[in-house]
Design a protein around this ligand. Structure first.
Ligand code: AMP
Ligand code: MG
Length: 500
């Protein structure tokens, strides 16, 4: 493809920008800052194909121009979206896209509408005192973690491309700058609703909620109480998502309401991390001093965030009085607990190799986790190696437990339970391996890959780790080091930072 053909192919990318068109009062048109010397360092070809994008035109120098904003498709209409949010429990009335721009939407090859957005593309009317920029390491972190979550089948926004900008951004020290291109089912957040509700702008709130239903829950358009039903659906999606986080050992780290989507996708990979030894009190984020967003708090925080969505939706509920509206919304928020528990248990059964349901399954799963906690066993490996007991080799599992007696007694209960299951052992072991990953984005591996890229311009470790994480359930030879937790003294001091 020559330059002229590339230009024509990019220009013709069929954006269809429902947000800019239907919610013009909810965003501000804004152009990306043009970086001096953009270089394309990563293109997600599989995702580009899923989006139906002209892959050949997105490579190399031309790709760098596209993903830095120098050559936007003609139909892109960049806007900065308004939103508010509760951050660590306190309300911030105006956050918004301070370093991000929604370029528009594309209908993918499956007919799904997807947002295409930049992150790190310069200042917007929402930037406050920020520079609107992003540093390379956090951009690559978001790329890696998003792809890792996707491979684990956990709903997530994903990275389409990463470019370096050729300029430095000033953080605690100068760092190489970068722009991430992010793809999302939408960028509607709990905080988007809070923004308009708290300004008492009921028209804008209603337009937003109607848009959310059209986009994510079209079946609700004729519901009797559509916005109550929307709240219920968001609760169900988030219940499923948080159950997946918990079973993956994933800690988001900054579950502010502006970082919680209406679509049920994971968004904003800032200080997130995967847990090594199982402990519900685990916190990695340097700014989460009181452990508000600790691993074990995530379900309760999700419910708290959804209660903020419920409050924002109150004026739209079909009710005879404010009191009745509150009662309706409260009931839905309470239901979140049941939704969460049932998703959690269904996923726990898969991980335990159970195809059928029995009353004691919850207890069996709880006792397994209590055992991991008591012995500080590695969460991921303990689940993974459980399947090996069915192959007659409990060696790798036993090595994770200092005291083997409690493990043996739990294993015999589990095996008794398995006796009531229809699948042959080998098939069950395979099903368990498909539910329990071997390779997760361990903190020291992520850090090592990002440091090499950011400090030495060496992307090879990033590429290698990405390839490992893209097939997390398939054990491969020569990748042992990717399965191991960091030495306890390294893991103990590990902290993550927010500064994307
Ligand atoms: P986050 O912590 O990524 O969820 O972002 C919280 C808010 O801070 C959002 O409104 C961001 O747009 C804004 N923000 C974060 N970093 C920057 C930056 N470097 N420049 C401008 N705004 C920023
Ligand atoms: Mg955010």
């Amino acid at each position: 493809m020559n330059k002229h053909q590339q230009h024509a192919a990019i220009a013709a990318i069929p954006f269809d920008n429902s947000y800019a068109r239907e919610l013009a009062a909810h965003c501000v048109p804004c152009q990306p800052a043009l970086p001096p010397a953009p270089r394309l360092i990563k293109l997600n070809s599989a995702l580009a194909e899923e989006l139906g994008l002209p892959l050949a035109a997105l490579q190399g120098d031309y790709g760098a121009q596209v993903f830095s904003g120098q050559q936007l498709p003609s139909a892109a209409e960049p806007v900065a979206q308004a939103y508010a949010g509760h951050q660590f429990g306190g309300y911030s009335p105006q956050l918004g896209d301070g370093r991000a721009l929604l370029l528009g939407e594309i209908i993918d090859i499956h007919g799904q509408r997807r947002d295409i957005a930049f992150k790190g593309s310069g200042r917007t009317p929402f930037s406050r005192r920020g520079d609107g920029k992003a540093a390379l390491a956090p951009v690559l972190r978001e790329y890696l973690l998003g792809e890792a979550m996707h491979a684990l089948a956990i709903p997530t926004t994903r990275a389409l491309a990463a470019v370096t900008t050729g300029e430095t951004v000033q953080r605690e020290r100068p760092l190489p700058g970068a722009v991430l291109t992010r793809v999302a089912a939408s960028h509607l957040r709990v905080g988007t609703f809070e923004y308009f509700a708290n300004r008492d702008d009921e028209d804008a709130l209603r337009q937003l909620a109607a848009y959310a239903i059209r986009r994510h829950d079209p079946a609700l358009q004729d519901a009797a109480n559509p916005y109550l039903a929307l709240l219920d659906n968001v609760c169900q999606r988030q219940a499923r998502l948080i159950a997946q986080w918990m079973h993956g050992g994933f800690i988001h780290g900054v579950m502010n309401t502006d970082n919680m989507t209406i679509s049920g996708e994971t968004i904003d990979y800032g200080p997130c991390a995967f847990m090594d030894a199982y402990d519900p009190a685990t916190v990695f984020s340097s700014i989460d001093e009181r452990g508000r967003y600790a691993y074990g708090n995530q379900p309760a925080i999700a419910q708290w965030n959804l209660a903020r969505l419920a409050e924002a939706l109150l004026p739209l509920l079909e009710a005879e009085s404010q009191q009745q509206a509150v009662a309706q919304a409260t009931e839905v928020i309470h239901r979140f607990v049941d939704y969460y528990r049932s998703h959690w248990l269904a996923q726990a059964r898969r991980k335990l190799g159970l195809q059928t349901a029995q009353d004691d399954d919850q207890q069996l799963a709880d006792d397994w986790l209590a055992l991991l906690h008591a012995q500080q066993a590695d969460f991921t490996l303990a689940w993974r190696y459980l399947a090996e007991v069915l192959d007659g080799d409990a060696g790798r599992l036993q090595a994770l437990f200092a005291d083997s007696a409690p493990l043996q007694s739990w294993l015999s209960r589990w095996q008794q339970r398995l006796a009531a299951e229809p699948l042959p052992a080998a098939e069950r072991a395979a099903a368990m391996r498909a539910a329990n990953p071997l390779y997760i984005a361990r903190n020291h591996l992520v850090e090592e890959a990002l440091t090499a890229a950011s400090e030495h311009g060496d992307l090879s470790l990033f590429e290698r780790l990405l390839a490992v994480l893209q097939a997390p359930f398939t054990e491969r030879e020569g990748l042992e080091r990717y399965t191991l937790p960091a030495a306890p003294e390294v893991a103990a001091g590990y902290r993550t930072f927010c500064g994307t």
